[in-house]
Write a protein that binds this ligand. Structure first.
Ligand code: NAP
Length: 256
């Protein structure tokens, strides 16, 4: 199998630590460096404080980014400019940023995978929700995460709503005269669907999609109980990004 050299940005983070373990324990992956803005990562590979400093001294095949939205966007753009294929788990990119990165990957003919959720079960939850939305047009998405998460709603919730939008006729849900007496009570609104974000210590990453119709409801739920649940998706992405020449958004688009 082809040897893949990897740099990880955000190696001290909760996801980053798992990714370091994954890369170090995968025979055909080699960790050649990490990007840590504080230079505090305690690893036996070069630790760079800045992404450009890293690429100026060594060019990996793949950058895995698990940082924060602004940093992740900057890292992804810089990687593509240097001819490095990004695998991005960082969530919270804006639609404009995604369009810009898609165009950049296209012009450079480089693979790039941005996946708001690397858990295979979460991808299936999104696919099953898209199937159900053909028959149930009234939908509430409830996403639940740990209280250190920076962005809301979660990338997975937005991605789920976008996938549902492809098959559901846009409609306003609830009573036409519905009024919020407390702002935010009905959550965020995408095309009439509502998204509710729960943040609590003790949680990791969970989502349920509720469908309602006359006399029945259907609930599709996925739970990640630890961050190792995301790593099989990261591994597959690092392997597949080497064969791509465009940006793919969402793990569901690379899995059979
Ligand atoms: P986290 O524990 O807060 O880790 C983020 C790390 O990024 C921190 O160690 C932080 O360091 C570091 N960082 C910040 N700026 C940096 C920079 N300029 N260069 C290098 N490192 C930098 O967060 P997490 O739970 O690991 O999540 C990371 C990202 O992945 C988030 O966007 C989260 O939403 C997303 N996520 C994705 C999935 C998925 O399946 N796609 C699953 C879970 C989470 P300091 O703390 O020292 O600033």
């Amino acid at each position: 199998m082809e040897q893949i050299n990897v740099v990880i940005a955000g190696p001290r983070g909760r996801m980053g630590k798992e990714a370091v373990e994954l890369v170090q324990n995968t025979q055909h992956f080699t960790l050649i460096g990490v990007v840590d803005h504080k230079g505090a990562a305690n690893l036996d590979v070069p630790v760079y404080k800045d992404i450009k400093e890293c690429f100026e001294s060594d060019i990996p095949h793949v950058l895995i980014d698990l940082t924060t939205p602004e940093v992740g966007y900057h890292h992804t753009k810089t990687a593509l400019e240097y001819g490095v294929r990004p695998v991005v788990g960082t969530t919270g990119f804006t639609p404009d940023e995604l369009i810009e990165l898609t165009q950049l990957a296209e012009s450079k003919k480089l693979g790039c995978i941005i996946a708001p959720n690397f858990a295979i079960g979460a991808v299936l939850m999104m696919k099953f929700s898209q199937m159900a939305a053909k028959y149930f047009g009234d939908i509430e998405i409830i996403e639940l995460h740990h209280d250190q998460k920076l962005d809301a709603p979660s990338g997975t919730a937005v991605k789920t709503a976008e996938m549902i939008k492809e098959v559901r006729e846009a409609k306003v849900q609830g009573h036409p005269d519905e009024k919020e007496t407390l702002r935010g009570a009905r959550g965020a609104d995408i095309d009439g669907m509502h998204i509710h974000s729960v943040r609590l210590p003790g949680l990791i990453a969970h989502q349920q999609v509720m469908f309602g119709a006359e006399g029945q409801t259907l609930t599709i739920r996925h739970d990640s109980y630890n961050r190792a649940s995301f790593m099989s998706g990261v591994k597959v992405s690092v392997e597949i990004v080497m064969k791509l020449d465009t940006l793919v958004y969402g793990l569901e688009n690379i899995l059979e």
